[in-house]
Ligand binder design. Structure first.
Ligand SMILES: *[C@@H]1O[C@H](CO)[C@@H](O)[C@H](O)[C@H]1NC(C)=O
Length: 71
């Protein structure tokens, strides 16, 4: 359940960040593995950054931290 939530948040942020997410169906296994490795790396970075900013805001309620968390 938590993984699913994090995956949805990551996908949303990747989409919002302008990283090109191809809509084509990948049938080549090597390409699929390459995509998953890329996705795993990028989504980890985005998710980590998201939670750091959320934590900063939730433990220190300033306008600046709120803007960082929302951006
Ligand atoms: C709270 O956040 C502000 C930035 O908005 C920062 O300057 C301040 O040092 C932080 N306070 C603590 C206790 O971390």
């Amino acid at each position: 359940m938590h993984f699913l939530l994090i995956a949805c948040i990551s996908a949303t942020f990747l989409f919002a960040s302008g990283v090109p997410v191809s809509e084509e169906l990948i049938t080549d296994e090597a390409k699929a593995i390459e995509f998953l490795e890329w996705y795993n790396k990028e989504s980890s970075k985005v998710t980590y950054s998201y939670f750091l900013k959320q934590w900063a805001y939730q433990t220190n309620l300033t306008d600046f931290n709120q803007q960082q968390a929302v951006s």
